[in-house]
Design a protein around this ligand. Structure first.
Ligand code: FAD
Length: 486
């Protein structure tokens, strides 16, 4: 009997549907016996966090050099949020700044301005690191780098963005570390220009800044493949191996995988995202620790095949989008547009209740109102979209489960009070813009036996103080609806 909280069948995303060939890792190691000797590192979870950590640990000279690294995945590689996301690697603009610095009690992250600037700078670094890894390793993952439009469609949205810009620029000027940083984003305040370049007559203004995209299922697969091919570490991937529990005795962790057996390891690293709390049933029950800090929640996304007006050299979208009271969306190089719904949009437009979104682990269903909204969005929003032929328009809609931390910041590093236990969880709807730098730093920390890697914002560290403070002052789910994904 497995304690893994999901059913074994899920909706199928565009990314999962288009990575089925021999180079994919479906069912990898599914029937293989688990190692009988004590291994060095067990990673739990094979999304982009687990696979990129495996990649980092198994590089020459890294913590896993000359060691045995094992990844246990409950289903298949990238079967969770990673294989179901929008594919958007979108560093946040200044519009996130006010929430990062607003108090925890009010649903903000409660950061100092300096820490908030570090969080934003780190997201830009993540895009750069994604490009570096994908280019240097020659990964065939449809990587694209260009610009994102944050489109404002209401006067309040325009004003909010302008105020956020002022706050951000003022903080930059006052900052010790970032005073010379030139904002990577531009304001396009001229409404006619915003309408023209976005091709949306509802646009009043927009912010334009750097963004990327990729095929996330292929990226996670490619990183796991690089770990499997490591010449300096022994790496094994066991899919369809859900972990029920783990316990430490005399410096060795016993990781129980139910009917699959168990693995013993010196260190265990949780990359289990939205399902982390089921690994700590007692803490979850008591409302303490990481278990109480990371809450699962559900998102929906669709693939839309555009008509000829939005296809080809002259028609295709050339930017990714985040639309106020709308979706986030990006174009794929061959298949069409992937768009997803923000929680705030879903709630304000009555697509679902909080109970449909938060504290939910089921990705086997697509809620009808979400589907209908996603299906109807592009023809209404994009100028000159035109008539859709049979086979154009939305071809697939899916759901996926994310993990939201109380402050919407990830938890990365050693787990307090549990030597040999590490975590990188709670990436909310924004993991693609954060995870690669988190796992690079986590691998460095593991190598350095826990000393913090200063490249990563210190506010991502898991401390008793952080867990306690969030538990006592942060509203858990209410804030999540305000925050963007993608
Ligand atoms: C619809 C949707 C759209 C999104 N769009 C974007 C976007 O455009 N841009 C962006 O930045 N982010 C987006 N996100 C969020 C992003 O996908 C996540 O932040 C990111 O993928 C998290 O990666 P992860 O590896 O930590 O988690 P996951 O990909 O969820 O991986 C966790 C893995 O752990 C496994 N696991 C959990 N518990 C156990 C256990 N007990 N035993 C074994 N295995 C276990 C799970 O099966 C899962 O495969 C979106 C998410 C969704 C659902």
């Amino acid at each position: 009997m497995s304690s893994f909280p999901q059913s074994w069948t899920s909706t199928v995303s565009h990314w999962q549907a288009t990575n089925r060939g021999a180079s994919s890792l479906w069912n990898h190691g599914r029937e293989d016996p688990l190692p009988s000797e004590v291994v060095d590192y067990v990673i739990i979870g094979g999304g982009i966090t687990g696979t990129s950590l495996a990649y980092q640990l198994t590089r020459p000279g890294a913590a896993g050099h000359g060691k045995r690294v094992v990844l246990l995945e409950a289903k298949d590689v990238a079967s969770g949020a990673t294989g179901r996301n929008g594919g958007h690697i979108a560093p946040a603009s200044w519009t996130s700044f006010p929430t990062l610095v607003s108090p925890l009690e009010e649903g903000g992250a409660g950061l100092t301005e300096e820490d908030a600037l570090h969080v934003l700078a780190n997201e830009a670094d993540t895009l750069q690191l994604a490009e570096e890894i994908i280019t240097s390793e020659n990964l065939d993952v449809d990587f694209w780098k260009g610009f994102k439009f944050e489109v404002q469609t209401t006067p309040e949205g325009v004003e909010k963005s302008r105020q956020a810009y002022e706050a951000y620029v003022t903080a930059l000027r006052a900052s010790k570390a970032y005073r010379n940083r030139v904002p990577e984003w531009q304001l396009v305040g001229d409404t006619e220009e915003a309408k023209k370049i976005s091709r949306m007559s509802s646009a009043l203004a927009l912010n334009k800044g750097p963004a990327g995209s990729c095929h996330p299922h292929r990226l996670a697969t490619a990183l796991a493949r690089l770990a499997l091919a490591s010449a300096t570490s022994t790496f094994s991937l066991f899919s369809w191996t859900p972990v029920n529990s783990f316990a430490e005795h005399d410096g060795v962790w016993e990781v129980d995988c139910g009917g699959r057996g168990s693995v013993r390891a010196r260190d265990v690293i949780l990359c289990s995202n939205g399902h982390t709390r089921t690994l700590f049933p007692e803490d979850w029950e008591r409302g303490v620790g990481i278990a109480a800090h990371v809450t699962p929640f559900r998102g929906h996304a669709s693939l839309v095949v555009p008509p000829p007006s939005y296809s080809g050299e002259s028609g295709t979208l050339r930017h990714t989008y985040a639309v106020e009271q709308g979706p986030y969306l990006m174009f794929t190089p061959h298949s069409g547009i992937v768009l997803g719904v923000y929680n705030a949009t879903a709630l304000s437009q009555g697509l679902g209740t909080k109970a449909d979104i938060f504290d939910v682990v089921d990705d086997s269903v697509v809620l009808p109102k979400f589907k209908k909204w996603l299906e109807g969005y592009c023809p209404k929003a994009f100028d000159g979209w035109g008539e859709e032929a049979p086979g154009e328009a939305p071809v697939r809609t899916w759901s996926g489960i994310m993990g939201s931390s109380r402050e919407h910041l990830p938890l990365v590093g050693p787990v307090p009070g549990r030597p040999g236990l590490w975590a990188a969880v709670g990436f909310h709807g924004h993991g693609m813009a954060r995870i690669l730098t988190c796992t690079r730093s986590l691998a460095t920390q593991i190598h350095n036996q826990g000393s913090w890697d200063a490249r990563l914002p210190r506010c991502f560290a898991i401390t008793e103080e952080r867990l306690h403070r969030a538990r006592t002052v942060a509203p858990q789910l209410v804030a999540a609806q305000e925050r963007p994904t993608g």
